[in-house]
Write a protein that binds this ligand. Structure first.
Ligand code: SF4
Length: 193
């Protein structure tokens, strides 16, 4: 049986599978030393929701933990409005809706539906410029749903020991690069197996 995987790591996995290793190693310490400034600011903006302070309306679910049995994914939703069926994930500043963003909301959508909630709409909210970006539901976007299933399957079967990042551009933008032996930039002799 597959182990549950964190929804928040799906996007990181899509960027680079090795990056999730660094997330797992003492998450608190990593947060302090290795998160980029933008990530830290985004986390701070999320804290209100995690503390349930975003809204006092009773039909608003905020920051609750969810588990999707079908795909073995665990996570914490941002905001779900039971009355309207709108599930919102807020991010600090959105410049592009990446596939990983879709996967994150799909996972939360499936988890909430398993719990009996009616999710009717998915959207992202860009906090700094106050813009909403609606995305299609999984059943309305079959191509993206297939990608989601493929990524989940890849995550569950992934073996980091055989991985080597070949995209130097990704490594050049990665906050973990100074520590990473999977980097395209590092000497292969540094790589532990
Ligand atoms: S430095 Fe490169 S290989 Fe290492 S986690 Fe970052 S992107 Fe992945």
């Amino acid at each position: 049986m597959e182990n549950p995987f964190s929804v928040s790591l799906l996007n990181d996995f899509v960027f680079c599978p090795a990056s999730i290793y660094f997330h797992s190693v003492d998450a608190v310490t990593d947060k302090i030393f290795y998160e980029s400034k933008e990530q830290q600011e985004g986390s701070a903006l999320h804290e209100k929701t995690d503390c349930g302070q975003y809204s006092n309306r009773k039909n608003i679910l905020q920051g609750i933990s969810v588990y999707c049995e079908e795909y073995k994914l665990i996570g914490k939703i941002d905001v779900f409005d039971e009355a309207s069926g709108i599930l919102t994930e807020r991010k600090r500043k959105i410049t592009k809706i990446y596939d990983g963003y879709h996967f994150q909301l799909y996972a939360y959508c499936f988890a909430l539906r398993e719990m009996g909630y009616m999710v009717k709409q998915l959207q992202f909210h860009s906090m700094l410029d106050n813009k909403n970006y609606r995305i299609l539901l999984p059943e309305e976007n079959p191509a993206m749903l297939i990608k989601f299933k493929e990524v989940v399957h890849t995550v569950q079967c992934f073996d980091l020991s055989h991985f080597r990042q070949t995209n130097s551009l990704k490594c050049s933008k990665c906050v973990y690069e100074p520590l990473c032996s999977f980097s395209e930039r590092s000497d292969s002799s540094d790589h532990c197996t």
